[in-house]
Ligand binder design. Sequence first.
Ligand SMILES: CSC[C@H]1O[C@H](OP(=O)(O)O)[C@H](O)[C@@H]1O
Length: 353
Amino acid sequence: MNDTAFDFDRYDRIRPIRWTGDALELLDQRKLPFEVGYVRCDSSEAVADAIRALTVRGAPAIGIAAAWGLVLAARSVDAADGAEAAAKLQPAIDHLNAARPTAVNLAWALARMRRVLVSAGSDWRDVIEAEARAIADEDLAANRRMGALGAALIEPGSNVLTHCNTGSLATAGFGTALGVIRAGVAQGRIDEVFAGETRPWLQGARLTVWELQQDGIAPTLIADAAASHLMKSGRVQWVVVGADRICANGDVANKIGTYQLAIAARHHGVKFMVAAPSSTVDMDTPSGELIHIEERDPGELFGIGGNRTAADGVGAWNPVFDVTPHDLVDAIVTERGVIENPDAGAMREAFGG
Ligand SMILES: CSC[C@H]1O[C@H](OP(=O)(O)O)[C@H](O)[C@@H]1O
């Protein structure tokens, strides 16, 4: 087991977001794993549409995409300085921000872009392009740091279960929970990785399995419904997931199904780890019941891959996130460090507020 040397390049070749200098290219995650292709966005409206359609998805990734979307919007704005530009770009900021409600990274990235814009001078275009690049570069560095910090919590010989997709496809690269898993496998701490399919959009079956295969890691796919049975068998020691918003008391919003994994994990003595960059921490939201949970088209439940499986005329309810209370979380890992048994006091100590 090697705790320090780590060949990131081997485990970090997927880039879901590419800035070409005059457009944003997004790896179309609706088409994976059988088609690897990029969608070209040359306007902020196209980026907002791509975020809403899950062409690009994953909390950090949608923040990064939105930051570049603002750079695209700036191409059609004349302004003498950043303050004037900020006023003219506010509609584009609002439109991007409205694309999805739950992941705080979207609002965080746009607020950060606006903050540097309003105080910029005549070079405001260069300033926001540099800021968009910094947001992406910092996310990649944070993920690599989190990978090491989270993996260090996992005893050698462990097996882990993960949910949804929290890898390179959901971030600037390397991933959050999947970054912990990549580092844990590379260091010989993790023997077997179980991936939940993550209905209805199948981020696990379509994206996480594909990502890990690119690394030469062969995950075991399970039905979401098999997770408690797996934990009861004693075959996993950790559940490792990402987050879309971590509240001031440590409550965690994440992909639907995470909450029941946390309940089952606590019942079966399996440790529960949340890995997310500090850009996912929202100290302005006191607790999880205040988080806007996105509800998507019920039609996502009626079929798979364009083939209908549900009877005609059936209704459906499709919340795509849920909230895990902090007292079911054993550790929150960010690039700033590990918070064990998170609560409001521990979050305040780590993030202020
Ligand atoms: C590191 S991504 C965090 C989070 O985003 C995913 O949601 P979606 O695929 O709907 O964008 C999922 O909740 C991941 O855990």
